[in-house]
Write a protein that binds this ligand. Structure first.
Ligand code: IMP
Length: 427
């Protein structure tokens, strides 16, 4: 029987979900994004081509698949149109039959990006969130404040202008008086993004009904998460988080379907840990090993190009991820990057307030106050990037995987040993 799967990031994003979504899209009929926006960056390597997608589901690379952008996403019309053009330049045909946006999806407007960047530039030191500058937070704020612009608004130009003007009434006071910056008018906005907004029209659809119909026909649905569990607005390292719920349970609200739709929840786990932007990171390595992971793993943001912070695998963080998402199996990525290290450390517990704890403390910024407790394991030297059979992995790599499985009580079902589709071990 075909199964409906959710793929989510179990750490701070950038776990390598793009490749996994791309791989599993082959056996899915429908691929759905349910949260986040163009802050995500999925790097896909197909043959000798590298494609970075921020908004369009990676399933678009497979011709027969239906790709859906749910109501929980915040969509930047300009980036959306750029991606479609880029895909078409690479020979991938994108049509409204294959790609649909929910009428209810909120749009990122130029003033959201302006606000995002002005706010960040006003903050200093550890107060900076280090956002991607893509207007994500301000767009979600407007959604919750009930002044957001939704995709369906592009169908009525008069109403669209009125809504933009209503939103600007407050924003311009902020721009002028708080940020000492330039105001913006609805004319300027429509001049800048009017064409992109028009281009969205044919893609609008009732995504919830599309999913319902696909379910009733027994089609396999793949829900593609963006960012990671520890960037979740509620469950992440608040306030150093993104502005959406990244956990698996948001699939239903963000796509418009009932909770019984989900059969499997795959947690993507990078074999070490990375994070971009500010916020606590207990196992961070500000040393040669961290540098080794960054350069060998190509740890630079797909969206912003920023160097990612790197550190050892953190099982405390992952234990919480397993619980929050109900992860049914683990996809372990970038195991090849660990080759060449004499020994590996895995954080198994934290020391916090004189006690050893297995889960992160729940107080704000609690992760900044813990000391990681490590288990040291043997490393391996072999290049594992050409291995396709689990049992052929070096003993030390097998021990590393089994240690993760035993600690989290979840099976590692897929192991990625390189960026290519073929560099994958299925168990
Ligand atoms: P925002 O989502 O742009 O508001 O950024 C908030 C925080 O989430 C920042 O620390 C970003 O670096 C981080 N972030 C947002 N999207 C991603 C992603 O796709 N991967 C990794 N980190 C992300």
């Amino acid at each position: 029987m075909k199964k409906n799967k959710v793929i989510i990031g179990s750490q701070w994003g950038d776990e390598g979900k793009g490749k996994i979504v791309d791989l599993l899209s082959q056996e899915a009929d429908v691929i759905v994004r349910f949260q986040g926006g163009a802050n995500a960056g999925h790097t896909l390597v197909v043959g000798d081509k590298k494609i970075i997608l921020h908004l369009v589901p990676s399933g678009i690379l497979h011709e027969s698949k239906l790709c859906l952008i749910g109501n929980g996403v915040v969509l930047d019309p300009e980036i959306f149109c750029e991606e479609i053009d880029e895909l078409e330049r690479s020979g991938i045909v994108v049509s409204p039959q294959r790609l649909k946006i929910s009428y209810k999806t909120h749009l990122i407007m130029p003033y959201h990006k302006m606000l995002d960047n002005l706010r960040e530039s006003k903050k200093s030191g550890s107060n900076k969130i280090g956002t991607t500058g893509r207007g994500i937070g301000p767009a979600y704020e407007d959604k919750v404040s009930r002044v957001g612009i939704r995709a369906c608004d592009v169908l009525d130009e008069k109403r669209l202008r009125e809504k933009i003007e209503r939103a600007l009434a407050e924003k311009n006071i902020l721009f002028k008086h708080y940020f000492d910056s330039k105001e913006i008018s609805s004319d300027e906005i429509l001049e800048k993004i009017g064409d992109s907004l028009k281009k969205l029209r044919p893609y609008l659809a009732d995504v919830s009904t599309e999913i319902y119909n696909a379910m009733n026909k027994g089609r396999a649905i793949l829900f593609e998460g963006a960012q990671g569990t520890f960037l979740d607005i509620d469950h992440g390292t608040y306030p150093y988080v993104t502005s959406s719920n990244t956990v698996a349970s948001n699939v239903c609200a963000g796509a418009g379907c009932g909770i019984r739709v989900i059969d499997e929840i795959l947690g993507v786990v990078k074999s070490y840990t990375t994070r971009v932007g500010g916020g606590p990171f207990p196992t961070e390595l500000n040393n040669e090993t961290g540098e080794y992971l960054r350069s060998k793993g190509g740890e630079f943001g797909a969206t912003t190009g920023r160097p990612r912070r790197c550190g050892w695998l953190d099982l405390v963080v992952l234990r919480e991820s397993v619980r929050l998402n109900n992860i049914t199996s683990i996809v372990l990525t970038k195991l090849d990057v660990l080759s060449g290290l004499d020994s590996l450390k895995i954080c198994t517990k934290y020391q916090f307030n004189g006690k050893e704890i297995l889960y992160p403390p729940q107080i704000e910024n609690g992760l900044a106050k813990v000391t990681p407790i490590y288990e040291t394991m043997k490393g391996w030297n072999e290049d594992i990037s050409q291995i396709r059979n689990f049992d052929k992995l070096p003993h030390a790599a097998l021990d590393y995987i089994r240690f993760i499985e035993d600690s989290l009580d979840v099976k590692v079902k897929i192991i990625s040993v390189g960026p290519e589709r073929s560099q994958t071990i299925f168990r």
